[in-house]
Design a protein around this ligand. Structure first.
Ligand SMILES: [Zn+2]
Length: 1023
């Protein structure tokens, strides 16, 4: 394990929290205070400033003792047991100074060790020791110190990079990663690192304009670089918690963003490409790139021309990879001698290490397969400029082998390692060149892709994890075949997990089993969104192609933060992932696979400035589009989950006009849920809550109208695919590029948008059928692999969170009276392949826009009648008093009544079951029945002498209140006299006009539901 950690100046207040959050295993203090409670971790380093800057070594032994005594005293008061001495010693002073420095460090370590304290020695500044010719670092003067360094001590180095980052050629191996060229087996601590252009106080990352995000990315790259060298035990980032000087280097103020990259990195992940080696009678398992460090100097001479060493590195790498596929025995891949490669760890050399680093991962291919690149000292070939047809090893002529001495001769006369390898091996490709397109490439139109003979679009995404070990697999695969499934998306762990043969199934792999029943596998290589197509993936993809697999893709939903370890989506992910795809695509195409773009849930791609982009036009050259999409087999995986939106969302009438849910529709949905379940659980399931009724849903619908919305505004829907096709069309690619939904719903239980019902099994069947039917009409929409066959029952229980999205699950048994299988399965078995068009729904004209809220016409103001408005937010339905009328003499005829009418939204007399009117007075209340025939007002109540009444409508909606109604008014003969006055009061259901100040933005369905519920509660509370 190793980690990055803080280089502290003092003890910043945030330090304990940072260390706890990150779990970092290293911390360094410059001038730590005398406090035994300083935060410490596995490796805690101290440095005393005055002492470390005291670099006069005229008497190194005396100086070592002086320093060791001071450091011992500091150790006693701080509890720190590991100390640096002289910092960035001026070894440019020459050999004599270096000799004294070595003596100083040996003596300092000796004294400290005798007191149980460790030493970090040298702590050389970036770029030192000096570099000799041919890339050799001048470590020789330090050999005695470092080879004999006792346990508990470390070599300290400073590594800094330029603002272009640690991987940029100007930084990598000159500034960052230079420690790889140290030839000694010694534990290494990087005691300072970071971005620095010149070592001055104002040369740090902040002053260079790097964003926090960019710098964190650089540090993560550096961490990954270090992870390749098991000697490195930790690195401290300069500098944490500083005021005034060095502030341009400080990162404490952003510590929270740096914590994730300071988490410990396990050394085990380094072995990505293990080689099993029979060495001195034992089988060693070593990482390929590490293995080569002991092979290349044993097979070549470390002082040969670098190009010859690079050729040797690539040839040895390719041969080793080939041997891995063709192992010498069940228990090991290679011999450690000339039967395969000579293996000599004692020969490790900085120059051969350099050649291996320079060509890391690069290997040779022939016809898409790893090339068995053999070699020989002297080839004896006629076309070898050195051998000229004579002198071959064992007096033979070795065709198709690299001539090692011939290689050196070619390198000396200026050939590159690629020239050399091509010369001796002939028709080979380099793995990083992505192969070559045919000289006269044809055009790969949609009919040139492997797809089901019947054109079926129906597929399944199998499980959410790589690895498929279930002993019942055949049952589920047979069931899928009976459904007419013709596509299946499988997750491969990148190392060929989908190709692993299982003794349980006659040594067949899961890929074999699906192909046997004519189901086309689509392989998603499980990887980080920004993963490179490395040798391991290449090896896996090559083997998949060999088995007949074509459809392969890797990076998944890079727009989603869950795909990143630190939960952070790079703002330029579209650019990065598109450029990465090009690299993947060339390599996959060269292997004979169909390269998939990254799988995406959106077509609304943005650049780092938040501006919409078409990546196919803006991030790919015309040549790349032709190579990959027109003359190659590029395709696009999409995840257009509809959630609980209807197929035609966002164009549907609910979203556009707030189309109302009728009671019949409400009940029909309800009836899809098992009645016993509803009675026993008290849950409606489909509408969430037993308190919900159609009116409540309609409130939410009224509130959530998105008139005019398109997939430009909201693409969380099935029709997202139309957006992708629009981008393809703009780039002239539509006739050439298939799209496949490698994940898609709906899943039972989806209810992201409160305006629509929860997805029931019946609704799922309707949707799946309709989606397949629509895809059947879209030439480049090749398939949709519905999420998800299974989790627990397919032995993918590590992803239990997805269990209720399975076809085969017990999760939905109760609400739908099922037995572990979703009805979609049997439906598709009865209708294989699906895609039957459902009977067309009656086309309803768009509803008229809602009437503006009417004014209240109150002609009884002079009689003291007051209308007290309901307090409801904009967009909410309520009962508004639209008219108060004091009856004229000829209308009243001596009566003393309140007459009421209540109208619905359309101005029709309301259904009396939906609302009633209450009337109250000083000491009582009653309801006014709305039971009168059509030729008179719907209801009335008498007004007695002395009574002062109010009326309102009673329902779950709020209502205006009409107050201060009484008959104590003067005579108005002939019909109205004191205590003989009457009023007509009319209410109508209307939507409260929007008050812009109260309006909250509406985002996704969640906000929508929440907003509506809050408003509903408000209206109830106020009522
Ligand atoms: Zn030769």
């Amino acid at each position: 394990m190793f980690s990055l950690g803080p280089h502290c100046i003092g003890v910043p207040a945030s330090l304990p929290e940072f260390m706890e959050q990150s779990g970092c295993t290293i911390v360094k203090y410059l001038d730590p205070p005398a406090d035994m409670n300083l935060p410490k971790t596995e490796i805690t380093i101290g440095r005393v400033h005055w002492l470390s800057e005291d670099k006069d070594l005229s008497d190194p032994i005396w100086m070592a003792k002086l320093h060791a005594d001071e450091l011992s005293a500091r150790a006693d008061v701080t509890g720190i047991r590991l100390w640096e001495g002289i910092n960035e010693a001026p070894i440019w002073n020459g050999e004599d100074y270096i000799r004294r420095l070595v003596i100083y460090e040996q003596e300092r370590a000796r004294i400290l060790n005798s007191r149980g304290i460790g030493a970090v020695v040298l702590n050389l500044s970036v770029g030192w020791p000096r570099e000799l010719e041919d890339g050799i670092i001048d470590w020789e003067p330090f050999r005695e110190l470092l080879e004999d360094l006792p346990d508990g001590n470390y070599l300290g180095l400073h590594e800094y990079w330029l603002p272009t980052g640690p991987l940029h050629p100007d930084s990598h191996l000159c500034r960052a990663g230079r420690l790889f060229r140290c030839p000694f087996s010694v534990p290494i601590l990087v005691t300072e690192c970071g971005c620095d252009i010149g070592g001055g106080q104002h040369d740090g990352w902040r002053a260079q304009g790097l964003s926090v995000e960019q710098y964190v990315t650089q540090l993560a790259q550096y961490r990954d670089l270090l992870a390749g060298d098991s000697r490195v035990k930790g690195a401290t980032i300069f500098t944490y918690g500083t005021v005034g000087q060095w502030q341009s280097f400080d990162w404490e103020s952003n510590w929270f963003q740096f914590a994730p990259i300071c988490q410990p990195v396990s050394a085990e992940v380094e072995v990505r490409n293990p080689i099993r080696l029979l060495y001195q009678g034992e089988v060693l398992t070593v990482e390929l790139e590490d293995y080569l460090r002991s092979v290349v100097p044993a097979e070549s001479e470390a002082l040969w021309n670098m190009e010859a060493l690079r050729a040797q590195a690539v040839a040895s790498r390719s041969y080793s990879m080939w041997r891995k596929e063709h192992p010498r025995s069940d228990s090991f891949d290679l011999y450690a001698d000339s039967r395969d490669h000579n293996y000599r760890p004692d020969f490790i050399h900085g120059r051969t290490d350099q050649a291996i680093k320079d060509t890391v991962g690069i290997h040779l291919l022939q016809n898409g397969k790893v090339y068995v690149s053999r070699y020989v000292r002297h080839c004896g070939r006629e076309d070898c400029s050195l051998c000229n047809g004579t002198g071959g090893f064992d007096d033979k002529t070795w065709l198709a082998r690299l001539c090692q001495y011939g290689s050196r001769a070619m390198a000396d006369s200026g050939s590159s390692y690629r020239d050399i390898l091509r010369h001796y091996y002939g028709n080979i490709q380099f793995s990083d060149e992505g192969g070559s397109m045919p000289d006269n490439p044809g055009t790969v139109t949609l009919d040139k892709y492997l797809r089901p003979a019947d054109g079926s679009r129906l597929g399944l995404h199998w499980t959410p994890v790589p690895g498929h070990a279930h002993s019942d697999l055949t049952y589920f695969i047979d069931r899928a075949a009976d459904m007419g499934v013709r596509w299946v998306t499988l997750l491969d762990d990148g190392g060929g997990s989908t190709l692993q043969s299982s003794a349980f199934y006659d040594n067949k792999s899961i890929v074999d089993m699906f192909m046997e029943v004519d189901i086309i596998p689509i392989i998603r290589i499980y990887c980080h969104p920004l993963a490179k197509f490395d040798a391991r993936f290449e090896n896996t993809a090559g083997r998949l192609v060999e088995r007949g697999v074509r459809w392969i893709f890797g990076p998944n939903e890079p727009e989603c933060r869950g795909e990143y370890d630190d939960g952070h989506v790079p703002t330029d992910y579209v650019y990065k992932c598109t450029r990465n795809f090009i690299n993947w695509a060339y390599k996959l195409e060269a292997l004979g696979a169909y390269p998939g773009y990254f799988a995406t849930t959106t077509w609304r791609f943005m650049n780092e400035n938040g501006t919409r982009v078409n990546p196919f036009l803006e991030y790919m050259s015309e040549q790349e589009r032709q190579d990959i999409f027109i003359h190659g087999h590029g395709w696009i995986p999409i995840h257009n989950y509809p959630k609980n939106h209807p197929l035609d969302f966002p164009d549907d009438a609910v979203n556009q006009f707030g189309k109302q849910l009728t009671d019949a529709e409400y009940q029909t949905k309800l009836n899809e849920v098992d009645v016993t379940y509803r009675q026993v659980s008290g849950s409606l399931w489909v509408w969430d809550s037993y308190q919900t009724n159609a009116s409540h849903i309609n409130l939410v619908r009224d509130r959530g109208i998105n008139a005019g919305a398109t997939i430009d505004d909201d693409d969380v829907c099935f029709r997202m695919y139309q957006g992708i096709n629009r981008l393809l069309d703009e780039a002239g690619l539509l006739p050439y590029v298939p799209i496949i939904s490698t994940e898609i719903g709906p899943c039972i239980g989806n209810r992201e948008d409160g305006r629509y019902a929860r997805v029931t099994p019946q609704e799922q069947i309707r949707m799946v059928d309709a989606m397949l039917a629509e895809a059947n009409q879209v030439p480049n929409y090749f398939g949709m692999t519905f999420w998800l066959a299974g989790v627990q029952r397919l032995d993918a229980a590590t992803a239990d969170g997805f269990e209720d999205q399975s076809l085969w699950t017990d999760r939905h048994n109760a609400p739908f009276n099922l037995q572990g299988e979703i009805p979609l399965v049997q439906y598709l078995i009865d209708n294989p392949g699906g895609g039957e068009l459902p009977p067309p729904e009656p086309i309803e004209p768009p509803e008229e826009p809602a009437m503006p809220e009417p004014e209240c016409d109150n002609d009884a103001v002079a009689y003291g009648v007051v209308v007290e408005p309901a307090i409801v937010p904009g967009g909410v339905l309520y009962w508004k008093c639209i008219r108060v009328h004091h009856l004229e003499q000829h209308e009243n005829n001596g009566n003393h009544n309140v007459f009421v009418n209540v109208y619905d939204e359309d101005g029709k007399r309301v259904n009396p079951d939906k609302a009633r009117v209450s009337i109250w007075w000083q000491d009582g209340q009653d309801f006014i029945p709305l039971d009168k025939p059509d030729h008179e007002p719907m209801g009335n109540a008498p007004l007695w002498k002395g009574q002062v009444v109010g009326v309102r409508v009673e329902s779950e909606l709020d209502s205006d209140r009409v107050m201060n109604i009484h008959t104590n008014h003067d005579d108005e003969p002939p019909g109205n006299t004191r205590f003989h006055h009457s009023y007509l009061i009319e209410f109508q259901l209307v939507m409260k006009a929007e008050d812009p100040e109260l309006e909250a933005p509406i985002g996704n369905g969640c906000n929508l539901i929440l907003g509506a519920i809050v408003k509903l509660l408000e209206s109830w509370i106020k009522a």
